[in-house]
Each structure stands twice: as structure tokens, then as C-alpha cells.
Write a protein that binds this ligand. Structure first.
Ligand code: GLP
Length: 237
């Protein structure tokens, strides 16, 4: 699975595309496979490819800067930018320490548009159906914004914060469903039995605000990559 997703990302890079990137545990094997793939390229070819790298991450915690190990900026630095020696500025991510988070969300959204939009948007799935940090309820056309994280999401992400949901930042900046659905292609990656139920709701039930990922059904070019455990409830009845 990870190798398949890494191949898709690599191809998009070869095509000169703008990548939309995601964080979370699901992406760790994906980025490991991408590192392996890119590091296996002859050095001149790799350097050429990495020089043209352009990506936008989906989201960032408000209050965490790149020096905080649990920030998504630090995650991207560990997973990709550091090992592949990609220039810092090539991997865009909302500034978690911006003084005005709402203004930062507007700036970030405009930066995506100025780059020509996202060609291939990688997405994980939250246990409560969120994509990026678009928490339910969420319409199909929410813009990039600063929002309050749900208790369920803070619980889901507590592991990285010593197991304490209260230690997870209360707010985040996220690209909205509007920007996500505007990407030219979507690649949703879901693993594990714990997400089988929410994946079924997202893909097989009518789109609704209670399951933000269900809006992805409206996209003409959505690819879903799952393992058998996550796919367990996808039979059509
Ligand atoms: C996080 C991120 C999402 C991610 C999701 C799933 O909070 N904001 O972009 O897809 O939750 O995370 P995981 O892969 O760790 O289950």
C-alpha cells in the first residue's frame, strides 16, 4: 500500500505537480516508502527532482512552531525535508505561531491559489470522519480557517502528547473542504480496523456534514487506498 502511494507521489513530482500533503500515523509508512524510492534514484536525477518540489500541508496546530516536536512542521521535517534535504521553503505549512491565526488561514489559502492549486492531494481519515482538521459538522465548501478541535480528535491525537488529550492544542488551522475538493486529484489512504466503520460511512452513505470525508465522493478523481482491515465493511449490501 505504502509503496503504491509513494509511486503516485513520485509520479506527480516527475510531472512537476504541486503536492498536497498530510500528517498522521497512516502517512509514516507512506513517507518511508517515498524516501526509499527517491533515495534510490541516481543523485543528479534526485537533486533535480527535489529542487522542483512544491507542496502544501493540510494543517497545523495553533500555538506550535516548527521547533516543537509535535508540530506538523516538525513531523514533515523528520519524515521528508530532513532526510531528503529538501529546501525548507518548498514544503509549505500553516504557521502555527502566527499572531493572527485567522489571517494566517487566509494567507495560506491564497498561497495555494497563487501556486496554481494542488495537483495531487494526499489525505488520511480521522476516526470521527475528519479530513485535514475539518471537524464535523462541516459543509462541502468550508474555506481554509482556524477552528476548535473536537474532544474526539484531541483524544485520537493524544498519543503524541504523552497520552494526555488536554495536552493536545485546542485549535488548528486547516485547509477546508473547499480547497481539498479543488485539488485536481485526491488520494485517500486509510488503514486499520478502527477506521472500517467511518470509512464505510464516508464512501457508501450519502454525503453529509457529520462525516466531512463523505464530501470526497463528489470529487471526480478520488482514489482510495485501503488495507483489508479498513476495507472490512465496504461490501455493498
Ligand atoms: C490527524 C490529521 C489528519 C489525519 C488524521 C488521521 O489529526 N489532521 O490529516 O489524516 O488525523 O491520523 P492518523 O493517520 O494518525 O490516524
Amino acid at each position: 500500500m505504502a509503496a503504491h502511494v509513494a509511486e503516485r507521489l513520485h509520479q506527480a513530482l516527475e510531472d512537476g505537480g504541486v503536492l498536497g500533503l498530510a500528517t498522521g500515523r497512516t502517512m509514516e509508512p507512506v513517507y518511508a516508502a517515498l524516501r526509499q524510492r527517491l533515495l534510490a534514484l541516481p543523485k543528479p536525477q534526485r537533486e533535480l527532482l527535489l529542487r522542483q518540489w512544491r507542496s502544501f500541508n493540510l494543517d497545523e496546530y495553533v500555538g506550535l512552531g516548527p521547533d516543537h516536536p509535535q508540530s506538523f512542521a516538525a513531523f514533515m521535517q523528520r519524515q521528508l525535508a530532513g532526510p531528503l534535504q529538501i529546501e525548507r521553503g518548498s514544503l509549505a505549512i500553516p504557521h502555527g505561531l502566527a499572531l493572527d491565526a485567522d489571517a494566517e488561514a487566509r494567507r495560506y489559502s491564497a498561497a495555494v491559489v497563487a501556486a496554481g492549486g494542488v495537483d495531487l492531494q494526499l489525505l488520511g481519515l480521522g476516526s470521527n470522519g475528519h479530513v485535514g482538521f475539518n471537524e464535523p459538522p462541516c459543509s462541502e465548501a468550508e474555506p481554509c480557517r482556524c477552528l476548535t478541535l473536537s474532544p474526539a480528535t484531541r483524544q485520537q491525537n493524544a498519543e503524541a502528547f504523552g497520552g494526555d488529550p488536554a495536552a493536545v492544542p485546542a485549535r488548528a488551522i486547516t485547509l477546508g473542504t473547499a480547497e481539498i475538493l479543488a485539488a485536481r486529484r485526491l488520494l485517500l489512504v486509510v488503514t486499520g480496523a478502527a477506521k472500517a466503520g467511518i470509512l464505510r460511512r464516508a464512501l457508501l452513505e450519502p454525503p453529509c456534514p457529520e462525516v466531512p470525508a463523505s464530501w470526497l465522493q463528489r470529487h471526480p478523481r478520488l482514489e482510495v487506498v485501503v488495507d483489508l482491515a479498513a476495507a472490512a465493511q465496504l461490501e455493498l449490501s
